[in-house]
Design a protein around this ligand. Structure first.
Ligand SMILES: Nc1ncnc2c1ncn2[C@@H]1O[C@H](COP(=O)(O)OP(=O)(O)O)[C@@H](O)[C@H]1O
Ligand SMILES: [Mg+2]
Length: 347
């Protein structure tokens, strides 16, 4: 088990950002070792590292103090315990200043890379881990909104949820973002945790990048997606009661999402189809890490080596059927996995 210091020095040697807590560092390192080229965001920009998980900013962009804890009734299926000890950096209004200081000190040592949008000078293209120059400048405003400002200024995306509501906000650059505004009673620590899990998934290109976390006003700013798979399929197949078949590509992508969640060591654990959304390219992404937990030994013991096939994919497949959205490859993948898993347990 490498220490945080060892992880940081390895990342530094690779020219990768060294910010964030241990799980983020590990994810970043393993990502850089395993698949350098298959990230959704990669394009022309060439740096030492070609892939563009521009994501863990999220994790980094956070660091709630957890002081404001009032357990929320809904998402209590969650069990993971450690909560953000990632207070090293944050874009939440409460601890931004400390973060800025730390980051600028670090910058002197390592000329590049930092964590919070405000501190980041390496901000050229969309292809970077780091938030780009437009996003950075947009976050100056969007990371410091009040709840009232969000509610009065912006339109809702989708439906008002139990846990909160997602709004669409336009930054000064013209770019749009999604702001997930939680119930005022939700604990800061839980919001931070949710953002951290999403950031881990975003490293794998399967979730929108987290741009900022405000644990005081209780919201997360992330990349905006276009529509849920449910709305998309209802548009494509408007006749009620008729089957709505997913394409092979869509089915493969949903399976890939679950496999990459396993790689990220995060069980998303909420296979509601409204948590599957398409981006502007029509690529499916997973959102909502409100039920997520870390894949530890206990989870593997109970659910096998692919907990997201066992739980998340199983759930997606069943729930999609409620909307007549059909995906035979999904059930095949789940069934094969479950057969093997159950057989291995009997031995
Ligand atoms: N990144 C996003 N871009 C656009 N809309 C989003 C985004 N994230 C969430 N939404 C909208 O908000 C809805 C609820 O978001 P979700 O994170 O699932 O909240 P909840 O925890 O209340 O289920 C989604 O189904 C979608 O319609
Ligand atoms: Mg949801």
């Amino acid at each position: 088990m490498p220490t945080v210091v060892q992880l940081r020095s390895q990342l530094e040697a690779l020219g990768l950002p060294t910010t964030g807590k241990k799980s983020i560092l590990e994810a970043r390192l393993s990502k850089s070792n395993t698949s350098m080229v298959d990230l959704t965001n990669s394009n022309k920009k060439s740096r030492t590292r070609k892939t563009g998980p521009k994501s863990f900013h999220a994790a980094v962009a956070a660091g709630g103090d957890g002081s404001d804890v009032s357990p929320s009734p809904r998402k209590k299926r969650r069990t993971g315990r450690k909560s953000s000890n990632s207070s090293a950096s944050s874009s939440s209004s409460s601890n931004k200043k400390t973060s800025a200081k730390k980051a600028s000190a670090k910058k002197k040592a390592a000329s590049k890379k930092s964590s919070s949008p405000d501190d980041d000078e390496d901000s050229d293209s969309d292809n970077d881990d780091d938030i780009n120059v437009h996003e950075k400048s947009d976050m100056k405003t969007l990371s410091k909104l009040t709840r009232q400002a969000i509610e009065s200024k912006y339109d809702i995306s989708g439906k008002k949820g139990k846990e909160g509501t997602t709004f669409v906000a336009r930054g000064k650059s013209g770019k749009e973002y999604a702001i997930k505004l939680f119930k005022a009673t939700k604990s800061s620590a839980k919001i931070q945790r949710e953002a951290d899990f999403q950031a881990l998934a975003a490293v794998h290109g399967i979730s929108p990048r987290v741009m900022a976390v405000n644990t005081t006003q209780k919201y997360i700013v992330m990349e905006k997606l276009e529509e849920t798979i449910v709305d998309f399929m209802k548009r494509k197949y408007p006749t009620q009661g008729e089957p709505r078949p997913l394409t092979n590509e869509q089915q493969d992508r949903i399976i890939e999402i679950c496999e990459k969640l396993d790689e990220a060591k995060v069980v998303q654990n909420d296979g509601n189809p409204l948590n599957l959304m398409l981006d502007t390219n029509g690529t499916l992404m997973v959102i909502d890490f409100g039920f997520a937990k870390k894949i530890d030994k206990k989870v593997v013991k109970k659910r096998g080596s692919e907990p997201n096939i066992n739980l998340t994919l199983w759930h997606f497949h069943r729930q999609l059927r409620h909307y007549k959205i059909m995906g035979p490859k999904l059930s095949e993948r789940v069934d094969t996995y479950m057969r093997r898993f159950n057989a291995s347990r009997k031995k």
